[in-house]
Write a protein that binds this ligand. Sequence first.
Ligand code: URA
Length: 208
Amino acid sequence: MATFIIDHPLIKHKITLLRDENTGTRDFRILVEEIAMLMGYEALRDLPTELQLVRSPIAESYQPVLSGKKLAVVPILRAGLGMVNGILSLVPAAKVGHIGLYRDEDTHEPHEYFCKLPENIGERVVILPGPMLATGGSAIQAVKFIKAKGCTNIKFMCILAAPEGLAALEKAHPDIDIYVGCVDEKLNENAYIVPGLGDAGDRIFGTK
Ligand code: URA
């Protein structure tokens, strides 16, 4: 599979607004949703279609409709939640699961505290949103859970990635698609993305 860096002026502009420390909770939340929607548009580009007979006021013809596998959106808690509505605005019938991981403050290792997935998850195309791909630990772990449930078509979606996190995810799971809004410079000593946007969860939920 492949990594796609979404190169679009609208996404670039909105990411710059996200980075700004003066962007408040309300606007931050709206921007995350909008970026997720724009990225989702790209990530769903390869959805299969089939022809269906449709009658317009003028004539009957065969026209494309979505077909094939059903979708699931499985955000990585908690910041991934901020991207869900943007993706659902494109595919409102998608099921939603949740994976809860927290990062150990000292080791920066991810630990699972919650995992609830839709039925037949193994038969679905799974979109896994997590806005910040930092060390890659949480994303790698989340993809492992999903794969263990039988999923084979996984699309990980992040707004910002650190080069080291992106490389780690690509190495651990070369068989998934990865969609990235922007690859930043590096991680700092606290595993925050530089220049980044700070703690995405805190900024989405206003917890700091
Ligand atoms: N998680 C965040 O929310 N921000 C970072 O910079 C890294 C991980």
